[in-house]
Design a protein around this ligand. Structure first.
Ligand SMILES: C[C@](O)(CO)[C@H](O)COP(=O)(O)OP(=O)(O)OC[C@H]1O[C@@H](n2ccc(N)nc2=O)[C@H](O)[C@@H]1O
Ligand SMILES: Nc1ncnc2c1ncn2[C@@H]1O[C@H](COP(=O)(O)OP(=O)(O)OP(=O)(O)O)[C@@H](O)[C@H]1O
Length: 275
């Protein structure tokens, strides 16, 4: 079985308070973006061990056992004693980008195993498993635009469609650690909730909506700020860093021709249409 875990962007991101468990409460709107990995699982009919991970595409830091697709398998295997599997993961979504690529792989692995092995888990149960693997993971179970609170795993519906708008996504050759980025934040509650702001026309978002991480990440990595400024110079209606960075997206009119700006040969660049 083959699935295509996609990325997300954050439309606005307010870090509201530090929790006793060390994590942070936040509010954000998650929006799916179809930069995709490919994840294939087959039952392993020979060889030893319960899982083999074969990786290609972009490199992933860390040990195989720490890969989120393996952790997702293990969490369900513990409960359901699953057959041994071969996992093929082709990475296109860059890591350390604020695009939730690892989280998407984990959530799609849970959904795939649920379907392949007829586990009968409901979306709510899959979200609970996902939240144990990472703060961002639960979003990718339903994978539709949503307002999120808590650590990013408590959802309420949002009436928002950016279908047809063009997106220009750039990740400069900079890795931002999510953990370090959170450590530098001074949490505060916004005067107006994102839930309200997101209902304003997109042309007004620039003045109303922000990503709290920009304040600490931009001074540390001015090149990321420059990407955002370039997006506005080139006509973006709204531009922002996603998550804890380092990727920056610009949203453009449906018929906009996205420019050919050169961000260096190590930058990751995606141009597409929002759905
Ligand atoms: C910045 C965002 O991308 C916004 O969508 C997410 O909140 C990050 O979520 P994530 O990458 O799934 O995060 P995790 O892998 O669960 O956590 C990485 C580290 O970030 C910090 N962390 C993460 C999420 C959160 N709500 N509060 C935190 O303080 C913790 O130190 C944690 O050890
Ligand atoms: N399948 C995976 N794909 C990518 N990274 C993984 C995976 N499994 C584990 N990781 C680890 O998770 C780290 C963060 O990966 P991820 O792709 O979620 O990046 P991120 O941009 O920080 O996402 P987020 O938006 O959740 O903050 C990587 O550095 C890597 O060590």
């Amino acid at each position: 079985m083959l699935v295509f875990p996609n990325a997300k962007i954050n439309l606005g991101l307010n870090i509201t308070e530090k929790r006793p468990d060390g994590y942070h409460n936040l509010e954000t709107i998650f929006y799916p973006v179809f930069v995709e990995d490919a994840l294939e699982v087959n039952v392993m009919n020979s060889g030893s061990g319960k899982h083999h991970l074969h990786q290609s595409g972009l490199e992933i830091a860390g040990e195989t056992e720490q890969n989120l697709v393996v952790k997702a398998y293990k969490i369900l295997d513990e409960k359901y004693n699953l057959p041994p599997i071969d996992i093929h993961l082709f990475k296109h979504i860059p890591s350390g980008a604020g695009l939730g690529g690892g989280s998407a792989d984990a959530a799609f692995m849970l959904k795939l195993l649920n379907e392949k092995f007829h586990l009968g888990l409901k979306p709510q149960e899959l979200e609970e498993y996902a939240a144990r693997l990472g703060a961002d993971c639960a979003f990718f179970i339903k994978n539709e635009p949503v307002y999120a609170e808590g650590i990013g795993n408590i959802f309420s519906p949002v009436s928002l469609s950016l279908r047809g708008f063009r997106i220009w996504l750039v990740k400069p050759d900079i890795f931002v650690s999510t953990k370090d980025a959170f450590a530098q934040i001074k949490p505060h509650r916004p005067d107006v909730s994102l839930k309200t702001i997101i209902q304003h026309p997109i042309e007004e978002w620039k003045e109303l909506m922000a990503n709290d991480f920009e304040e600490s990440v931009f001074p540390q990595f001015p090149a990321i700020k420059e990407v955002k400024e370039e997006m506005y110079r080139q006509g973006a209606i709204y531009a922002s860093m996603s998550g804890s960075g380092s990727s920056v997206y610009g949203i453009f009119k449906a018929n906009a021709l996205l420019p050919q700006t050169d961000f260096g040969n190590k930058a990751f660049v995606y141009k597409g249409e929002l759905q």
